[in-house]
Design a protein around this ligand. Structure first.
Ligand code: URA
Length: 214
């Protein structure tokens, strides 16, 4: 009998390594978002990456490229990582939801926030990625990622930057989504928000150093 609650679980393979997960996720029909998206945009990065960055869902560019954070938000993320002394190729980057949810506006495809049901449906992929990558620090970027990982009552505005324990022995921290910095109303606030974001990532780099030293 078909389960009424949408979930990716039946598509998640036993074998928990990144290439196997990426391959299996291509055919995921765990919720209806696959019908709208061009393709599954799975996480990518080194299997042994010490940091996992979690965004919300792929955007227009990511949907077409099939890779996470390759559009404007990804460009900003690259600059912030560099400023914080974290190499992008040393991190694993993924999203809470693996398909682009959008609605048409004229010729453009406009991002539409995923529902709680879609976020929950996709969660088994996130758990499998954490199991495969075994990051030491998980960074949730934005409320969708933070609430997907830490629960609906989590508030990025209040708990931003706090290093919390995660079940696998990792630490987990939430910060803003890079897109929110791009949307800042003027240059001054954009600059200020970028500096705060970089500071959060610097704290991630420090946490990694502390773990190495311990
Ligand atoms: N925003 C996200 O949350 N993820 C992406 O991959 C791109 C933009």
């Amino acid at each position: 009998m078909k389960s009424k609650v949408p979930t990716a679980l039946p598509w998640v393979p036993e074998k928990r390594n990144v290439p196997a997960l990426q391959q299996a996720a291509r055919n995921c029909r765990g919720c209806d978002l696959w019908k709208r998206g061009t393709q599954t945009v799975f996480g990518e990065g080194a299997s042994g990456a010490r940091v996992m960055l979690v965004g919300e869902q792929p955007g227009d560019k990511e949907d077409l490229a099939g890779r996470p954070f390759v559009g404007p938000a990804g460009g900003l993320l690259d600059r912030a990582l560099e400023a914080a002394g974290i190499e992008r190729r040393s991190v694993y980057v993924t999203n809470a939801v693996k398909h682009f949810k959008w609605e048409p506006r004229g010729k453009r495809r406009i991002h539409k926030k995923p529902s709680q049901i879609e976020i929950n449906a996709c969660r088994p992929w996130l758990d499998a990625e954490i199991e495969a990558v075994r990051p030491q620090v998980i960074v949730c970027m934005g409320a969708t990622a933070a609430q997907a990982m830490l629960g609906k009552s989590f508030r990025v505005t209040q708990q931003r930057g706090q290093m919390l324990p995660w079940g696998t022995g990792a630490s987990i921290m939430a910060t803003v989504h890079p897109s929110s910095i791009l949307r800042a109303p003027d240059d001054e606030s954009r600059h200020r928000e970028m500096e705060r974001f970089i500071d959060d990532l610097r704290n991630v780099a420090s946490a990694l150093r502390r773990r190495k030293a311990a």
